[in-house]
Design a protein around this ligand. Structure first.
Ligand SMILES: NC(=O)c1ccc[n+]([C@@H]2O[C@H](COP(=O)([O-])OP(=O)(O)OC[C@H]3O[C@@H](n4cnc5c(N)ncnc54)[C@H](OP(=O)(O)O)[C@@H]3O)[C@@H](O)[C@H]2O)c1
Length: 217
């Protein structure tokens, strides 16, 4: 698959880019600054001995078959405002968690209920939005020497899109767990606030979550 990662110069996007490139997918790292994306793609690719390319967020979204959002919640409106056409009929994966550091409340969802639902509103009904990868820490994605000990909880309204996301997760060794419609994105995103608090409390870099009781263990 050809995957475009908007905000892919950051920690989460770079980690996903590496894992997917290693699994044989073609990945474009996107950025507000195309040159920054190209420099990042070259450096990451050379380090991990995989082929990555870089482009502006707009070009990455336009060229990609699957669009992945790895940018802060505060940047969604400005980034997606004019990408409705580029994302039409495409699977759009939102990894975005609306966190606010340094205030009284860590989890600060938008009025839509979740960042993924904000994404759906910004891109319109024709974008096939799936919320996923919120619990897969950038630190774990970057540590290719061990398997990631976390389930891929995901939700969305398009069954085929969710199957594709599950395949993308399996391609990096994750067990995918379908958690229902996009209205469950808020609860999923909020778990990351809990994991971030656990990381701080226990001095960890990448706590995760696993569901018990599923068929197959
Ligand atoms: N880090 C994790 O472990 C983790 C885990 C799960 C989910 N997530 C989610 O993944 C997303 C990215 O996390 P991250 O840690 O990679 O964040 P980050 O490094 O702070 O940001 C990622 C990229 O977003 C772009 N960006 C920054 N501010 C922006 C703005 N106002 N508008 C548009 N683009 C902006 C930047 O790229 P350019 O300057 O090149 O455009 C930056 O490199 C967040 O929503 C986070 O909640 C992170």
């Amino acid at each position: 698959m050809l995957i475009g990662i908007l905000g892919g110069t950051g920690k989460e996007g770079a980690g996903l880019a590496l894992r997917w490139a290693e699994a044989g997918h073609e990945v474009i790292i996107g950025s507000r600054d195309a040159d920054r994306a190209r420099v990042k793609a070259e450096a990451l690719g050379a380090e991990a001995k995989v082929k990555l390319s870089g482009a502006s967020n707009r070009d990455a979204a336009t060229r990609a078959e699957i669009v992945v959002l790895t940018l802060p919640a505060s940047g969604l409106a400005a980034t997606l405002g004019d990408l409705k056409d580029a994302c039409r009929d495409k699977v759009v994966i939102s990894t975005v968690v609306p966190l606010t550091f340094g205030g009284g409340r860590l989890f600060t969802p938008p009025p839509q209920g979740s960042s993924a639902e904000e994404v759906q509103e910004l891109l319109g009904a024709e974008a096939r939005v799936v919320a996923a990868f919120h619990h897969i820490a950038a630190h774990e994605l970057a540590s290719a020497d061990h398997a990631i000990d976390c389930d891929l909880l995901h939700c969305g309204g398009d069954a085929e899109a969710k199957k594709l996301v599950a395949e993308l997760g399996r391609s990096m060794g994750l067990r995918a767990v379908d958690t229902g419609p996009l209205t469950n994105a808020g609860p999923l995103e909020s778990i990351t606030a809990v994991l971030a608090t656990i990381n701080r409390r226990y001095k960890l870099k990448g706590s995760g979550i696993k569901i018990t009781g599923l068929p197959g263990g």
